[in-house]
Design a protein around this ligand. Structure first.
Ligand SMILES: [Zn+2]
Ligand SMILES: [Zn+2]
Length: 366
C-alpha cells in the first residue's frame, strides 16, 4: 500500500507516452522485414546546435524513432570558447548514456565539414570520431571513415550555400569518391528541403537515399510536431533489428525516406512498404445491385494520395482521392457484373521513385 501513490503516479506519467510510442510505429513492416526508423544527421551544442545531447535522445524517444546518430561538425566549432570539446566522441557518449537501455539505439557519427567539393559529408557507424579530423585535407576524413567501416553519405547536395540554384549535381571529386566506393549514400531530403535531382543521382550511381532532420534547434519547432508534423526520417528495410543487418541494409540501399507527406525510395522498396500499408476488403454487393463496396485501409501514419488507373469508375469518388493516416475509406466500384475479387492498380501521387516519377502498384481485394 505504501507504494500505491507512486505506482499511480508512474501510470499517469508513463502510460500516455507508452501509448503514444506504440501508435507511432509510422508504417507497417512488410513480411520478413524490420522497418527501422532512423535520423542519421543531428546536431548538439558540441558543434553548432543549441541543445545538449540528452535532449536529442528524449526527442527521438518521444517521437518513436528506433535509431539515431548524433553527427556534430568535426571542424566547425562555434561554441569553442565556452565548450572546448577536445573529444569529438563526447556528444555520442552523453547520448548513449541517456538512451541507456531504452528502445532507442544511438550509433556513433560525425559530420566531416568541407567546402565544396566535396561539401559536407556524414559518416555513421564509425568507431572513433577524433580520428576523422583532418582540417587541411578534403578527403582524408572520408578515407578514415571508410577504414573504420563507416557508412558515408553526402549531406544536403542541394544546399544553396554550395549550389546557388538549389540543384544537386556531382563534381568530379564526387564521381571519384563514388568510383572508389568511398561514398555510399546521398541526402535526398535535408531538414526542410528536398532534392528531386538527388533522387536521380542516387539511382544513377547506386547510392542509398537518405532523409534527415539535420536539426540544430528543437525538432518540435522545426517540424511542427505538436501540430501533427514529423521530422524527415529514413526507414531501413533490414532483415532484423541487429546493428549488423541495419548497417548491411544501408549499404545495400534498402531505404525509404519520409518527408512531409512524401515517400521517396527505390521502386522495389517503396512498393514493398506501400503494399504492406494499404489493404482492401472483399467486394460486397447490395441485393440486385452491381456496385461493389470495398473498404480500403491505410495502416500507416502518412496520408496516401492515390490515383486509380484501372478500368472501372466509382460511384462516390473520382479517380483521385486520399486516405488519411490509420483510416478506412469505402469505395463504391461500378463493376458491371458481380465479382468475388478485384485488382486495384494505383499510382501513389505522393510516392516518388525518381524525378517526377510516381510509384505504380497493385493491391488485391481481398
Ligand atoms: Zn552540413
Ligand atoms: Zn549538419
Amino acid at each position: 500500500m505504501k507504494n500505491t501513490p507512486k505506482t499511480i503516479l508512474f501510470l499517469f506519467i508513463a502510460l500516455p507516452s507508452w501509448i503514444w510510442a506504440q501508435e507511432n510505429r509510422f508504417f507497417k513492416a512488410p513480411e520478413g522485414v524490420s522497418l527501422v526508423s532512423t535520423d542519421l544527421h543531428i546536431h548538439t551544442a558540441f558543434s553548432d546546435g543549441s541543445v545538449w545531447p540528452n535532449l536529442r535522445v528524449e526527442e527521438a524517444l518521444k517521437e518513436g524513432l528506433d535509431l539515431i546518430s548524433i553527427t556534430d561538425h568535426l571542424e566547425y566549432q562555434p561554441h569553442r570558447s565556452d565548450l572546448p570539446n577536445p573529444d569529438r566522441n563526447r556528444s555520442f557518449d552523453i547520448a548513449q548514456k541517456t538512451a541507456n537501455d531504452s528502445e532507442l539505439t544511438i550509433i556513433r557519427g560525425a559530420e566531416i565539414t568541407r567546402s565544396m567539393p566535396p561539401g559536407h559529408i556524414n559518416a555513421v557507424f564509425i568507431e572513433n570520431a577524433n580520428k576523422l579530423l583532418f582540417p587541411d585535407d578534403p578527403i582524408a576524413g572520408i578515407k578514415e571513415a571508410n577504414r573504420q567501416k563507416g557508412f558515408v553519405f553526402w549531406n544536403h547536395p542541394n544546399w544553396e550555400a554550395h549550389r546557388k540554384d538549389g540543384i544537386a549535381r556531382l563534381d568530379p571529386l564526387h564521381i571519384e569518391l563514388i568510383k572508389e566506393k568511398l561514398l555510399h549514400g546521398i541526402e535526398v531530403v535535408n531538414h526542410i528541403t528536398f532534392s528531386e535531382e538527388a533522387i536521380d543521382i542516387a539511382l544513377e550511381n547506386d547510392l542509398t537515399m537518405i532523409g534527415t532532420s539535420d536539426v540544430h534547434k528543437l525538432t518540435a519547432w522545426d517540424f511542427d510536431i505538436p501540430q501533427g508534423g514529423h521530422r524527415p526520417m529514413t526507414f531501413v528495410l533490414s532483415k532484423n533489428e541487429s546493428l549488423n543487418e541495419i548497417k548491411k541494409a544501408l549499404f545495400e540501399g534498402k531505404t525509404i525516406v519520409w518527408f512531409k507527406e512524401l515517400l521517396i525510395g527505390k521502386e522495389e522498396h517503396l512498393r514493398e512498404v506501400v503494399k504492406a500499408n494499404l489493404t482492401a476488403s472483399a467486394p460486397t454487393y447490395n441485393k440486385d445491385e452491381l456496385i461493389a463496396k470495398i473498404v480500403l485501409e491505410n495502416h500507416s501514419a502518412n496520408t496516401l494520395h492515390l490515383k486509380y488507373t484501372g478500368p472501372y469508375t466509382f460511384h462516390q469518388d473520382g479517380t483521385i482521392f486520399k486516405i488519411d493516416p490509420y483510416s478506412k475509406k469505402t469505395l463504391e466500384v461500378k463493376t458491371l457484373e458481380v465479382k468475388t475479387s478485384l485488382e486495384f492498380p494505383f499510382e501513389l501521387l505522393n510516392g516518388l521513385i525518381g524525378q517526377k516519377k510516381h510509384l505504380n502498384f497493385k493491391i488485391l481485394s481481398p
